[in-house]
Structure formats: structure tokens, C-alpha cells
Design a binder for this molecule. Structure first.
Ligand code: LLP
Length: 409
């Protein structure tokens, strides 16, 4: 979102008020140019090694976003049969999709494998089942838990010793015993540390653990280091220095490949890094309440559309795009749900009046995909702005969508 010369906020030349006028409020808007830029930045940082991006589409599964990713050469990481089907609908070959389950029913794994996807095996029982079912006829990757704690908050750390994800690296002998007993064709090792990780250090630490573990497997083609790069939610936030990370990890990866005796592929599966910054939640101010304790700005959205602030205490920057440069005042920005759904406390904004359009930044990842029907509210529409024009990529919901699968209609 940029402030243009005539002091109006714009996304590729289109103002939030034009978007709301055309598509209604509230509204998710994605800037395709930002996604292209983030993909290029990651590719550039790892250009000296054989690197592949597998977009963790749980961040944003809109089919138009998936299609855009496919067009620019990004492959897919999915966590459910639903995400797998969406990937297929977006035009991905099953072979370009990796299924990274977390304790799912084994029939889901069977369906994915038999459709042609690669699977990250995440438990010893699943590894046993995989060996029994496929022997050496199907390849797989194994998800290792490296026992490293990193991430923006406790809920999004996934590689520490107490985390439910993956198979502990301490169980390596047991893993190898099962692999050898069935002759399982392990072609890659995988790990995912967590989300919102700024420093290069934890990435280096887990890479070293994975490279060391990889030496125990003779036929690897892939090392997958997961996602988790930090983005800038707050003005002044330090983000993952992708150039530095690229240089450091690539150096180590090359050394590892030389020791391993073969050039492997290095995979990453970011979600946030690729799509967070591209997304905006546009909302309209309903009521400005000057309470003795606080000034409340009520908006026509809530935790049903963007739950990150309430679930993780996450900061999302907010702009009053209807009053750029106005007198600054301090507000609590609150939603319309019958819960305390506070988007921001004591936030300084240019003076807000009823009808003003507020824009929440960094709403492209884990925004719409974590939305719900709570309070029997419709989900917003979604719009993609690309090459200077806006396109509706998901219509606003209606009563039919709310009632959906219910009996007794
Ligand atoms: N790979 C695996 C196996 C994952 O579990 C995840 C995220 C990713 C990749 C992508 O991580 P990212 O690059 O997006 O940080 N809802 C939370 C984030 C949960 C992430 C879950 N797994 C949030 O809004 O902060």
C-alpha cells in the first residue's frame, strides 16, 4: 500500500475506497506484484544452489493465488486432502505437491501417495505403515524433529523437544531400523522449525542437524528446511535477512553435498514470507465511541475474519486510509463479534470518523484461511490486484453458504 503524490493510499494505483465501492466491505485484497517480488527475493538469495520453493499453502489457499504461484514456478506443500485437491484444481501435477501431514489418518496418506504426491512421514507408526504398505516401491521423505526452539511465539514453535511435530532426531537408530527392515525408499529429510523466525542462527542450527542426520541415509535427493521466515508486521520490525541467510545456508549446503558425494536439492516451504505482505483487510468504521476510559473504533469485521491478533496477540499495522495526514488520536480498534475481539489497543491513527476505511496490513497469510462463520457472519470477498487491475477471486458469502450442510432446510 503506497501513499501516492496526491496523498491517497493505493494498491497498484487503485484506492481502498474504489475497491470497497466495487466489491463491498469488508474485503481481502492481495497485491500480485508483492507475491512475485517475494518469490524472486527468495530465489535470488539461494541462486547458487539447486533450490526449490514449495509454498505452504495453508497460509492462503485461494485458487487464484495458487495459480499465480504455479505460473511463477513455485511448487506446493499441503497438509490435508482438501489442500491437495485445491492444488490439483489450480493446475499442479500431483508430483509437484508434497503432503506434510501431522498425525492424520493413514488413509489420507494412502490417497496422496496413490495420487502421486510425495509424503513427509511424521511418526514411527506411519513409517511402519508406509514400509508395510509400499516396501521399496514408493519414495518418501521423513520429517525430523531437531529439538530446536525458535519462533515468534510458543504456539508457532514446531521443532522443540516438546513439540508434537515430526520424529525426534534422538530416535534416529529406530528410524533406520524401520527403514532398513522394509527397504523404504527415503529420498529426503524434512524439518520445519516454526513461524516468524528472524535470526539466521536457528535456521543454521537446524540445517546442520539435518545435514548430519542426512549422512545416515545413502540415497537422498532432497533436504527440506521448511518455512518460517519473519516478515515485518510492525513498522521498524527486523525481518529475516534473506541475503545473509541465503549466503550462510548455501555455503553449508554446498559443503554438505560435497561430503555426501552428490548434489542434492534444497527445499524451502514458506507461507508467510511469500504472501503475508501482499494482503490487506479493508474494513469500514461503523461507530466511534468516545468512552471515558478509551476511544473505541468499531469496524465491520472481527475475529471471524482475522483471528491472529486475538489468537497470538499479533500486531497488524492499521492505516486510516480515509484521512491521511489527519490529526492523530489513540484508539482501541475492535471488531463486531460478541467477544472481546480487539485488533489493536492504544493505537495511534489519524482521526477516525464513521465510514472511514481502515486497512489492516500483512493480512495475506493466515487471514482468510483461518476465518470462520462465528456469530453466523459471512466471510468477505477476496480481490487480486495484478498488472494494475483488480479481479474478484472469491465472492462474498451469503446465507446459503452459512446454512451449507445443515439438515432441516
Ligand atoms: N511448513 C510446515 C510444515 C508448517 O507447519 C508451516 C506452518 C510452514 C511450512 C509455513 O510456515 P511460515 O513460513 O508460514 O511461517 N497461523 C500462524 C502460523 C502457523 C504456521 C503453521 N505451520 C500465524 O498466523 O502466525
Amino acid at each position: 500500500m503506497q501513499l501516492s503524490e496526491n496523498n491517497t493510499y493505493q494498491i497498484q494505483g487503485i484506492s481502498p475506497s474504489e475497491l470497497i465501492e466495487t466489491y463491498g466491505s469488508p474485503l481481502y485484497v492481495y497485491d500480485g506484484g508483492t507475491i512475485r517480488r517475494k518469490v524472486a527475493e527468495l530465489q535470488e538469495a539461494f541462486s547458487s544452489v539447486n533450490m526449490k520453493i514449495k509454498y505452504a499453502c495453508k497460509a492462503n489457499t485461494n485458487l487464484s493465488i495458487l495459480r499465480l504461484m504455479r505460473e511463477i514456478g513455485v511448487e506446493l506443500d499441503v497438509v490435508s486432502p482438501g489442500e491437495f485437491e485445491m492444488g490439483r484444481l489450480a493446475g499442479y501435477d500431483a508430483g509437484q505437491i508434497t503432503f506434510t501431514p501431522s498425525g492424520v489418518p493413514f488413509h489420507e496418506v494412502k490417497e496422496a501417495v496413490e495420487a502421486g504426491a510425495l509424503v513427509n512421514v511424521d511418526s514411527i507408526p506411519l513409517l511402519e505403515w508406509f514400509g508395510k504398505t509400499y516396501g521399496s516401491t514408493k519414495p518418501c521423505l521423513i520429517r525430523i524433529k531437531p529439538n530446536v526452539a525458535a519462533g515468534g511465539n510458543a504456539k508457532i514453535m514446531t521443532a522443540h523437544a516438546d513439540s508434537k511435530f515430526g520424529i525426534s532426531v534422538l530416535l534416529i537408530e529406530q528410524i533406520l531400523e524401520v527403514v532398513n527392515r522394509y527397504g523404504i525408499k527415503v529420498i529426503g529429510l524434512h524439518q520445519h522449525t516454526g513461524s516468524d523466525i528472524k535470526d539466521a542462527e536457528p535456521f543454521i542450527q537446524v540445517a546442520d542437524i539435518l545435514f548430519e542426520t542426512a549422512k545416515r541415509f545413502p540415497d537422498l535427493q532432497i533436504v527440506d528446511l521448511g518455512g518460517g521466515f519473519k516478515v515485518s508486521y510492525k513498522p521498524g520490525d527486523e525481518i529475516t535477512d534473506m541475503h545473509l541467510l541465503g549466503t550462510k545456508i548455501s555455503e553449508r549446503f554446498k559443503k554438505f553435498c560435497a561430503e555426501y558425494g552428490r548434489e542434492l536439492q534444497l527445499w524451502f516451504e514458506p507461507g508467510k514470507f511469500l504472501v503475508s505482505e501482499s494482503g490487506y483487510l479493508l474494513t469500514t468504521t461503523t461507530v466511534v465511541k468516545e468512552d471515558p476510559a478509551r476511544n473505541f473504533v468499531h469496524v465491520d469485521t472481527g475475529l471471524n475474519h482475522l483471528i491472529r491478533p486475538m489468537m497470538y496477540g499479533s500486531y497488524h499495522h492499521i492505516l486510516n486510509t480515509s484521512n491521511p495526514g489527519g490529526t492523530e488520536k489513540t484508539y482501541n480498534v475492535v471488531g463486531y463479534i460478541c467477544e472481546t475481539d480487539t485488533f489493536a489497543s492504544d493505537r495511534t491513527l489519524s482521526e477516525v470518523r464513521p465510514g472511514d476505511i481502515l486497512v489492516m496490513l500483512n493480512a495475506g497469510a493466515y487471514g482468510y484461511t483461518m476465518s470462520s462463520h462465528y456469530n453466523a457472519r459471512f466471510r468477505p470477498a477476496e480481490v487480486l490486484v495484478d498488472h494494475g487491475s483488480a479481479k474478484l477471486i472469491r465472492r462474498r458469502e451469503s446465507l446459503k453458504d452459512l446454512l451449507g450442510t445443515q439438515d432441516g432446510l
